[in-house]
Design a protein around this ligand. Sequence first.
Ligand code: ADP
Length: 586
Amino acid sequence: MKKLVCLILSLFLLCSVTAAFAEAQPVEALFVPGVYGAQAQGLFVPVKVVITVSETEILNVLIDATGETPELGGTAASKLSEAILAAQTPNVDAVSGATVTSNAIIKAATEALTLAGADIAQLDALRRDAGGKDIVKEAKELETEIVVVGAGGAGMAAAIMLQQAGKDFLILEKMPYVGGNTTKATGGMNAAETHYQKEQGIEDSTALFAADTMKGGHALNDPELVAVMANSSAEAIDWLDSIGAELPKISFSGGASVNRIHAPEDGSGVGSFLVDRFSAKLADLGVDVMLNTKATELLTDADGKICGLKAEGEDAYYTISCKAVILACGGFGANEDMYTQYRPDLKGTVTTNAPGATGDGIVMAQKLGADLVDIEQIQLHPTVEQSTSMLITESVRGDGAILVNQKGERFVNELLTRDAVSAAELEQEGQYAYIIFDQNLRDHLKAIEKYVKANLTVQADTIEGVAEQLGIDPAVLAKTLADWNEIVRNQRDTQFGRTTGMNADLTTPPYYAIKIAPGIHHTMGGIKIDTAAQVINTEGQPIPGLFAAGEVVGGVHGGNRLGGNAVADIVIFGRIAAQSALDYIK
Ligand code: ADP
């Protein structure tokens, strides 16, 4: 095994050189022959993929995912290497139970083949079946009652409800894996007046939840959608309980007046937890997600009612007849052309988004006259590690970490809303900062293991040791930390007025730092819906049979989404969209 890893590593180094000297690809060839490597962040570590190609064929795929858990890394590596070789394209199905590792392998393989001069769309078009024969896409017609577009959190929540209601429906997912941006949600789900809050003696109200959300969104939010989210949140927590997706651990998250963010018991990221539970529930219920199947166009009849959609799959072009469509295809944070169209100032900003977040739902709905709201409202997340685009969860600050600039000084109340903290970072020299925490915080927050394993952390037994590694004046950083610990002792932040995330001081060595800066995180704007998740057109009328939920929708979060509200949004409105579609087709 060690030998294989060494071979991969040395090939990996070699192939960067090969790639640098690669010449333009001849028109008739698919690749520039050679060995190419790339890596992408997996669950714990960057996974490495090295691919050997001839002019017309992928000859060999070596995958090193050994830093992931042995089961995940090993299984995904061998299965995906075979699948990519057989299909002759990187766009193959993810290995179930190893979604994040599979995603990373597929991403790295795509990058390596792109370095090899491949046009990935062309490889997809030439996709081979398992026997190695070229696949010719046929035209297929399908009929069902409802189609859900997108298998992220909102789409899967909707699909579970539709199946529980015994309806005939299809769920399409354009990527080879489910989960979308939902997989990346790290914090938790905001909900008020839940049984967990009551059991833990936390006083909260749906009115306070709504007020916090409006305040956090600079009152740009649609108050009716916000009220629905707040009022349905406790029930949504009960529903999650009922499908085995319990979120009992409650803590504080930026912009909330009380402890309201609900997370899994073991402290794991809420997104991957829910995606796993939702997929398991769908599998239990016998629902197959149509992977690698991209919705391309919505179809309406002469009265303007939804009557179907077109989609492109691995081996077929589908025309699907149906009575209702639920758009749950996420935002557009991975589509640089689209976000720079609405926000030219964001050109070149790294994104934390999953590759499927390309705004397809918005474009399809607009063609039917759907209205858009707050489309230019794009949230930057303040703590994104820039070389991997990995998001450092808000819980790190919520549990007590501080931010310092290159001078080693705090510069903001770290738990202000995301836009405010991001703006403060962009004012610092170099437009970045460091998040600082200690061993005690690491011991209580499982997410940190991922950052340590991915080598994102700088660590030392003393804070001065951390400072030295970061090129910060050790005396300044040591004073910042001492001042901070004094603030925690007195529970009074005389510097920046922080009032939350102050339960534990930072006094347990070793000390840690991660360099972070803002990254594109959430597109708050999108399709206009009413409280029943019906899509509303530019004349203020519902488009009959068209529903939308999740990040594809605008209005819930206004000008700034609070941490914990995306998960509330997808679970609550995913279910509302399903219920409305069921009522509509009755
Ligand atoms: P949300 O849960 O808010 O809906 P996610 O980003 O978690 O958002 O999920 C959206 C899903 O929709 C992603 O998995 C994405 O790949 C998928 N998707 C996006 N566009 C299409 C499309 N045209 N056809 C099918 N699936 C799509």
